[in-house]
Design a protein around this ligand. Structure first.
Ligand SMILES: *[C@@H]1O[C@H](CO)[C@@H](O)[C@H](O)[C@H]1NC(C)=O
Length: 290
């Protein structure tokens, strides 16, 4: 009896350490088949059972159709196997060939703000300074931008809603046109607080929030951080943000260091993100027809 308890306790510690869903399920059955334990230990065990139960419910919720729990019974259909193939591929939508480092240079993505306004958190992405202006390391920018494009294409493929942000009036029309051309959404005006965080009250109904927010600039017209950056983080919405040398990248899921003011650079970002979204959507249509 004592031995069994110690064994169970070891397993329990192991569960807490790994949070492995399979182990949770297994221990739950061990406890169920072991009902004559001492009362003082029962309480602990009941807690474990609750934990295991919660664990397994969450697992069921997270895995649609739970293919991982019973992989041998259900043969995955052609759609499922395509979906796993899409996720396993390192660059399924070949976002790598959407742009080159020279394209970044031609679009003046390397221009930062003046040295005096440098945000120290941007230091790792900076190449140097020239005539008092920060210059970005475009090799690093390219790497981050490709990652961002990859995730954008994947979200578009999964039928996610993408919301573009631009708070500079001189570039707003570019971003709005871009969003329209790829069938997504743009927000270019004053951001009322609570649009994400208090959506049900503000719109009077259950609201579907975007699945990805793309900030072409992360600052407002008065150079404070856009409130939607914080609100997206609060609501767990992934974000992509072009961060210039005076911006804080901390709250952004996929920061892309680069110039966020020149129309040439904004046009470039519009082109590449539109391309990534359209590639994702085209693939989705192809796979839906399977
Ligand atoms: C692209 O995104 C997918 C899905 O998130 C991921 O599985 C893949 O590893 C990513 N590729 C790269 C190169 O980051």
């Amino acid at each position: 009896m004592e031995g069994a308890f110690i064994l169970n306790l070891t397993l329990l510690v192991f569960i807490y350490a790994t949070r492995d869903k399979y182990l949770c399920l297994e221990t739950a059955t061990i406890y169920e088949s072991n009902p004559n334990l001492l009362p003082s230990k029962m309480l602990k065990i009941r807690n474990v059972l609750n934990f295991a139960e919660k664990c397994s419910t969450r697992t069921r919720l997270l895995s649609s159709g739970a293919p991982q729990i019973a992989p041998a019974i259900d043969e995955p259909g052609p759609k499922e196997s395509v979906k796993t193939e899409v996720l396993k591929h390192p660059d399924y939508f070949s976002v790598r060939d959407i742009f080159t480092v020279k394209d970044l240079f031609d679009a003046r993505v390397h221009y930062g703000h003046r040295e005096g306004s440098l945000e120290s958190r941007m230091l790792p992405y900076i190449y140097g300074s020239r005539l008092g202006h920060i210059v970005f390391d475009l090799d690093k920018t390219a790497q981050y931008l490709r990652q961002a494009l990859n995730i954008t294409a994947h979200i578009a493929y999964r039928d996610g809603i993408v919301l573009f942000f631009m708070r500079q009036p001189q570039n707003a029309h570019l971003v709005e046109t871009c969003a329209k051309e790829c069938g997504e959404f743009a927000h270019t005006r004053f951001w009322r607080g609570g649009i994400f965080t208090n959506a049900e009250k503000q719109f009077g109904a259950v609201t579907r929030l975007p699945d990805l927010c793309i900030f072409f600039n992360t600052l407002t017209t008065i150079l404070s951080q856009h409130t939607a950056v914080r609100d997206s983080a609060k609501m767990g919405i992934p974000t992509i943000g072009i961060v210039d040398s005076n911006c804080n990248p901390n709250l952004i899921t996929y920061p892309v260091p680069g110039n966020d003011d020149s129309p040439a650079a904004i046009e470039f970002y519009c082109r590449v993100f539109k391309e990534a979204i359209l590639r994702g959507k085209t693939k989705r249509k192809e796979h839906e027809a399977l």
